[in-house]
Design a protein around this ligand. Structure first.
Ligand SMILES: *Cc1c(COP(=O)(O)O)cnc(C)c1O
Length: 442
């Protein structure tokens, strides 16, 4: 809880004396946009309040999980009830089965699930499983896709690492990184080249099917289908990392939207409803290589934690109510269209788009199709926009390579407030940059 009279600047200074960089997850430090991170005191519905008592419309949504808004009464009640029955058992509880069943209902090709405490753990464990099940060592990922912080996956990773301009992390042994092959998203030929170069050696292809960590990216028609065909032909397991897109772009994730079925799927974020949860799943044949049935070891003291299960189950129940996703997508479209319109009004090069309740804005005239294209954004213009919006009380993720998130708590008046603030921010942008091009020469 915030002490009264504290300020973001004072709390940041204090935090930096005890926490590395003042944060526990790198991108929270605002390094990509500059300025002082806001220390959040509480959140409710579509809003967060910082320690200075300032309110923000929340388009961060804890980076994706808060799809029903903050402190939803049904989720809070489920957590309260579960907490009264004990915080952790280290022995099975029925809610774990129920969460696995809820996942299977929306992802019908999944037969077995393993629950973890984070998306990182889910992706890391799926990777080990793929290697163990195939007996192969190499893995293939895509530049700009982020799969958490496992060593093998921090090779040219996106998200925070990308925002800092350090595409691969120090501390990852070259011996390990050499087993991670990196292809280009939306470029099937770049995958074919690697498949040809390493026949019989690639265990899996891991991909964010609808990436949200190089900002929102969408698959070109045929890309994921082609990837599926290549993997099937080569005996390579296709892993969809839907930690962000799962239960977010559609109830059944990118696989529901595209109809492309992976061998393994990784989840996180929404399935925990704000509590630490991850999961991965696939066919029984592949999943049963995992301990205790198979030789691939995986475990976690707090995996399937009852409080986390309760929050996740309550959230999944809400998103499956009739019309939930239609309303979420419509609201998100309203925001995206409104931002584009405001930018156009002031002649600021800008584009935006969304998939369900996940959206991207780009300070460039056309939405990017590749990781290379996204580098063409006007990062300085984004920084100015980010801070103008923040000062107006609208909190977007603090980076050009992050998606932003909506929730069912975002109402008509929140959209209006956001678009009014955006209009003012774009107007300022139009004045601060070069003067309008005179039309006299036409
Ligand atoms: C957030 C994210 C992860 C990592 O999940 P954590 O819970 O932060 O460990 C992995 N993959 C994708 C696609 C993500 O967006």
């Amino acid at each position: 809880m915030a002490r009264s009279g504290s300020s973001n600047a004072a709390e940041f200074a204090r935090a930096q004396q005890s926490l590395v960089g003042g944060v526990n997850s790198a991108v929270r430090a605002f390094r990509a946009v500059g300025g002082t991170p806001r220390f959040i005191a509480r959140a409710q519905g579509a809003y967060m309040w910082d320690v200075e008592g300032r309110r923000y419309i929340d388009y961060l949504g804890s980076w994706g999980p808060m799809i029903v808004g903050q402190a939803h009464p049904a989720v809070v009640e489920a957590v309260r009830e579960a907490a009264a029955h004990g915080l952790s058992y280290g022995a099975p509880n029925v809610m774990e089965t129920e969460l696995a069943e809820a996942i299977k209902e929306l992802y019908p090709q999944i037969e077995r699930v393993r629950l973890t405490s984070s998306g990182t753990e889910a992706a890391m464990s799926a990777l080990r499983l793929a290697r163990g099940a195939t007996g192969r060592t190499k893995i293939l990922k895509f530049e700009g896709c982020y799969h958490g912080t496992a060593d093998s996956l921090l090779v040219k990773a996106g998200s925070g690492a990308l925002a800092f301009g350090t595409p691969s992390s120090a501390g990852v042994p070259a011996d390990l990184a050499q087993h991670t092959l990196v292809a280009n998203y939306n470029d099937l030929a770049s995958v074919e080249v690697l498949f040809a170069e390493y026949p019989g050696q690639i265990a899996c292809v891991m991909i964010e099917p609808i990436p949200g960590n190089m900002n929102l990216m969408l698959p070109e028609p045929g890309f994921l289908e082609g990837l599926r065909a290549l993997c099937s032909r080569a005996g390579v397991l296709l892993i969809f990392d839907e930690v962000m897109s799962g239960f977010r772009v559609a109830p059944g994730g990118a696989q529901e939207l595209t109809g492309v079925v992976p061998d393994l799927s990784a989840f996180g974020k929404v399935i925990g409803g704000g509590m630490p949860v991850g999961a991965f799943g696939g066919s029984a044949a592949v999943m049963e290589h995992l301990a205790p049935l198979g030789g691939v070891y995986q475990a976690g003291t707090l995996s399937g934690n009852p409080i986390a299960m309760a929050a996740g189950l309550a959230t999944l129940r809400l998103i499956r109510e009739p019309g939930f996703f239609e309303a979420l997508a419509a609201r998100t479209r309203q925001i995206v269209d409104g931002l584009c319109e405001a930018a156009r009004r002031h002649c600021v090069p800008f584009s935006a788009r969304h998939a369900g309740g996940m959206a991207g804005m780009y300070f460039m005239a056309e939405a990017p199709r590749t990781f290379a294209e996204i580098q063409g954004q006007d990062a300085a213009a984004f920084k100015r926009f980010f801070h103008r919006m923040l000062d107006s009380g609208v909190y977007f993720p603090p980076s050009t390579v992050e998606a932003f998130f909506t929730s069912s708590a975002h109402g008509e008046e929140d959209v209006a407030f956001t678009l009014e603030a955006a209009n003012a921010a774009f107007a300022q942008e139009a004045q601060s940059v070069s003067p309008p091009i005179p039309l006299a020469t036409q």
